[in-house]
Write a new protein. Structure first.
Length: 117
């Protein structure tokens, strides 16, 4: 549940929140270690830091997810995405940069050819 104002983890610093369920409008920072689900009619504007986000709505701002970002058509993302697992389905509009790295940075990961197995 998003609550106005408190600024503590698991809540959001929200300027405006309208709607319920997966169809809502949020302006402000959203912070949670859990999953955020945003439907077709959802509009999120601001920094989003979550465990996982699944969205078919519009996001204007940067998204940081510790586990996964899944953008479903007709979703729109205008901002950068940082997550270890990124799924962008056909029909999505994505205008930004993506960075995918888990606990180890990509440069630190070892690449092994199939013949070495």
């Amino acid at each position: 549940m998003l609550k106005k104002g408190s600024g503590t983890p698991e809540q959001a610093e929200i300027t405006a929140f309208l709607g319920k369920g997966t169809e809502f409008k949020v302006e402000g920072e959203v912070v949670s270690k859990d999953t955020l689900i945003a439907g077709d009619g959802a509009f999120l504007q601001g920094e989003i830091t979550v465990g996982t986000i699944i969205s078919s709505g519009k996001i204007v701002g940067n998204v940081n997810a510790n586990q996964k970002v899944h953008i479903i058509a007709p979703g729109i993302v205008q901002g950068n995405i940082k997550t270890p697992k990124l799924i962008i389905e056909e029909g999505v509009t994505f205008d930004g940069k993506s960075e995918m790295a888990g606990e180890k940075k990509a440069a630190e990961q070892k690449v092994v050819s199939l013949t070495e197995r």
